[in-house]
Design a protein around this ligand. Structure first.
Ligand code: F58
Length: 827
């Protein structure tokens, strides 16, 4: 028998990295895996064959990556990170893997030699849309950085059969289409059927006394489901480290329930199979009320249970002691979605491994940590107690015990404060009974972190203030980051080459240490010329994409002003619309106004059940219809809705932006990460003092950031005084005119009813203070215009923005987690 290394050396066709070996392997895979030749291959066949070729070149590192985890269990204090996340948005794998493996150029050559268009193959990939937005994408940026920093890690999640819906725009409205991302096969994943786990649901619990006379509890479930792991390699940049994203798919324990089958109830048996498979069928868009969604709780428990059992299996593969579990696994809970892990790990340790409660609690809290991603109180997850009990009866008992002990501690620290106990309890009894998952997460973790400095402060002082008072040392801030590999190198190859030409390639691996070298070119006219040329090329690519998708022609000489993110009222896409109408009116009134041409672009999905968000999309398209077709303004303004915004379209959008819109109401956006993607690609930002905008501005300098709007304390103040939006409407004629136009049907063919709900909401509640921030926004936009008319000044600011983005690399965020939260050796 040959040893593995010998197989590798001899078997060049599987691992060779030159163009010749890649071309041969590609043809081989095309023939033996896709069953065709170059002559009759479809585009998908070519994409699959190339992806297998690339995956082959990752396998040695990938297998080693799993071995590293097993080996590390033997070393004291060397930890594996388990990133528990109900969502991942990895984006297309092919291009990123080619870049990280360092075989992009050789692959290009190989494909050229075979007359295959590599770009076309890359575009063929259907991205796994296994997330809603920022939270899922953050998980994937973190996976990239974990591998690049050579940290052992597994990203655990759910293999949804249908990810986030595809968005089409029809008559200005969003239409949702099912995302069938797996329909043509997924070459990146490998099912590890033999590592399947069983998950119990429902039923009842039963106390019993074991042989040692100890009180124990047995859970008799009413349903058992199987979780099958599907592994995807996540490769580091240029370091040969390969981690795993392990996503669980639900299946029936046996494919047909034989008992039912034997007594002739064939359909009941099939039914069982179908209902088990339903669990991981579809990703929930973030709309309906959390409390009612039974299937979502099942999804959460399902993936958490499988993942914890998998970690324990890995732990035992080299270590016999369950007692040392927390020394080998650092488990990060990405929001509260996996927070049932607190109760599940306790259940496993107490019921299955028979540890004493106190020991089990020490291990659980030692292993777990929790990241919060929202400041909106209504977005905090809670589950109806009766529903919870019927699905997870044993977990409810465990939660009661956790809560009992916790409240006893609180009472000891703050005696006689009954209101405090009510506020902090895991069980919310204010109206109906609910389990508060954020409280469970806080209590069961050794660390609680926010995702930007302002966000963490607001957690400490408002949302989680009671917990902060109790445990000030548990709180950390780790400001989010993004990976410069995908968000600059893969998606903006022209800029990437220009940067490397001037400061060398080290910025890709250690962005935070080297990108600032760019600053010395901020006034260099030759460099300016090249910088602008790159931006123009990127704008031309986006313009072509827009023409193709929407039929709208946009000028690359205009300012590309872009807002892409999920649609939500707090993100205030409609404030942006008010500004568009303001400029439109100005141009109509005075065609000679010194306003540079602008193309306003919006992209993002609205939750299918979120009426207001969908109406804002309609408003954007309605305003676009009027503005784009008004000859009198001579194409000086254009409004474009970019359909189906996702990671793939992000690759085209961020590099082409001149201006980034980050205009949420201060105190509402936890961090934002799109703000970083834009800035890292040379866009200037107009934004509020919200989320990570605050830190971005600190870094790039106040002169290089267009700040507007109320600060968080001002927002609190204004609201506490009794905010009256009508005051702004009545006293600002420009604003009044705009709102009246919308109300009177200017943009809806005379229909005064269509946008009424939006107008009413702005005039009567205006929860997100659009009217209060309007004038400040308009004034700053005026300054944006003036600056844009001075290309040298604009270019300098653009260069400085990129050069000062060092700390927003997700490598920095991961280094902080590693050092302060996971306590990984060497950080
Ligand atoms: C986002 N949250 C925050 N949630 O809004 C954003 O400020 C932050 O930058 C980002 O997390 C990363 O920290 C977010 O994307 C979701 O999509 C939830 C998914 C599950 C349903 C509820 C929304």
């Amino acid at each position: 028998m040959e040893k593995t290394s010998e197989i590798n050396e001899n078997n060049q066709i599987r691992i060779g990295r030159n163009a010749d070996a890649i071309a041969k392997a590609f043809l081989d895979n095309l023939y033996y895996l896709q069953g065709c030749t170059l002559m009759n291959a479809s585009l998908n066949d070519l994409y699959m064959a190339l992806s297998y070729t690339v995956r082959d070149r990752m396998l040695a590192s990938w297998i080693q990556g799993i071995q590293d985890i097993v080996d590390s269990n033997m070393l004291e204090y060397n930890k594996t990170v388990a990133y528990l996340s109900a969502e991942f948005l990895p984006g297309p794998h092919l291009a990123n893997n080619l870049v990280c493996l360092g075989i992009l150029e050789e692959t290009r050559k190989a494909m050229k030699h075979l007359a295959v268009d590599l770009e076309e193959l890359m575009n063929q990939e259907e991205e796994p849309g296994l997330g809603n937005g920022g939270l899922g994408r953050l998980a994937s940026c973190f996976m990239d950085s974990l591998a690049t920093l050579s940290i052992n890690a597994i990203g655990y999640g759910i293999r949804y059969e249908f990810g986030i819906f595809d968005q089409e725009i029809s008559n200005g409205w969003q239409v949702e289409i099912t995302d069938k991302w797996l329909r043509y096969g997924n070459p990146w994943e490998i099912a590890k059927t033999e590592l399947s786990q069983e998950v119990y649901l429902g039923g009842y619990t039963e106390p019993y006394t074991d042989n040692n006379g100890r009180y124990c509890v047995k859970w008799n479930p009413s349903r058992i489901i199987k979780g099958v792991p599907y592994d995807t390699p996540i490769i580091g940049y240029g370091n040969g480290k390969c981690n795993t994203m392990r996503l669980w798919k639900s299946e029936a324990v046996v494919s047909f329930n034989l008992q039912d089958f034997n007594i002739g109830d064939y359909y009941a048996a099939v039914e069982e199979k179908i209902s088990s498979e339903t669990i991981t069928k579809v990703l929930y868009p973030n709309d309906e009320k959390e409390s009612g969604k039974q299937l979502r709780l099942i999804q959460q428990y399902f993936f958490v249970c499988c993942s914890l059992k998998d970690m324990i299996r890995l732990h035992f593969s080299q270590n016999e002691e369950i007692e040392s579990f927390h020394k080998h696994f650092a488990i990060q809970m990405n929001d509260t979605h996996p927070s049932i892990a607190v109760a599940e790990l306790m259940r496993l340790l107490v019921d299955e491994y028979h540890l004493a409660w106190e020991k089990a609690w020490q291990i659980t809290t030692g292993a777990l940590s929790y990241t919060n991603h929202t400041l909106l109180p209504e977005a905090l997850e809670k589950w109806q107690l009766d529903m919870f009990k019927s699905l997870l009866p044993r977990h409810l008992e465990i939660i009661y015990e956790i809560n009992f002990r916790f409240l006893k501690d609180v009472e000891k620290r703050f005696p006689g404060q009954t209101e405090l106990l009510t506020r902090m309890s895991i069980v919310d009894e204010s109206s109906g009974k609910y389990i508060r998952m954020a409280h469970l997460a806080c209590i069961g973790s050794h660390s609680i972190n926010g995702v930007a400095a302002l966000h963490t402060d607001l957690l400490k002082n408002h949302l989680l203030h009671d917990f902060y008072q109790l445990w000030p040392d548990k709180f950390h801030n780790v400001t989010n980051g993004i990976t410069p590999r995908r968000w600059v190198n893969v998606s903006n190859q022209e800029l990437s080459s220009l940067i490397t030409e001037n400061i060398g390639p080290r910025w890709l691996k250690e962005f935070h240490l080297h990108i600032s070298d760019l600053e010395r070119y901020q006034h260099d006219p030759v460099f300016h010329e090249k910088w602008r040329k790159v931006k123009q090329q990127n704008k031309a690519l986006l313009a072509a994409w827009i023409q193709n998708k929407t039929g709208i022609t946009v000028s690359t000489a205009s300012m590309f002003d872009i807002q892409v993110k999920r649609f939500h009222e707090y993100k205030r896409q409609h404030l942006n619309v008010l500004h568009i109408i303001s400029l439109y009116n100005q141009l109509k009134d005075n065609p000679d106004a010194a306003i540079p041409p602008r193309t306003f672009m919006f992209g993002g999905k609205a939750a299918p059940g979120y009426f207001m968000a969908k109406l804002i999309i309609k408003l954007i398209n309605a305003v676009g219809d009027v503005v784009n077709n008004d000859r009198s303004i001579n194409d000086r303004l254009k409004v474009v809705f970019l359909p189906n915004f996702n990671v793939q379209t992000g690759h085209i959008v961020y590099p082409a932006a001149d201006l980034s819109e980050q205009i949420s109401l201060a105190g509402k956006e936890a961090s934002g990460t799109g703000n970083m993607k834009f800035s890292m690609n040379g866009a200037l930002t107009i934004g509020t003092a919200d989320g990570a905008n605050v830190e971005i501005r600190e870094q790039v300098g106040a002169d290089n950031f267009f700040l507007f709007g109320l600060t968080t304390p001002e927002v609190f103040n204004l609201k506490s005084q009794g905010y009256n939006p009508r005051y702004y409407y009545e006293t600002n004629p420009n604003l009044k005119r705009i709102i009246d136009q919308i109300a009177s049907g200017w943009f809806s063919g005379g229909d005064t009813g269509l946008f009424r709900p939006l107008v009413d909401s702005m005039l009567n509640q205006d929860e997100y203070l659009l009217l209060a921030d309007f004038q400040s926004y308009i004034d700053r936009q005026h300054e944006v215009n003036k600056t844009f008319l001075d290309p040298d000044l604009w270019t300098t600011k653009s260069i400085v923005n990129v050069a000062r983005m060092g700390t927003f690399s997700s490598d920095c965020s991961i280094m902080e987690y590693a050092k302060n939260i996971w306590k990984i050796r060497g950080f």
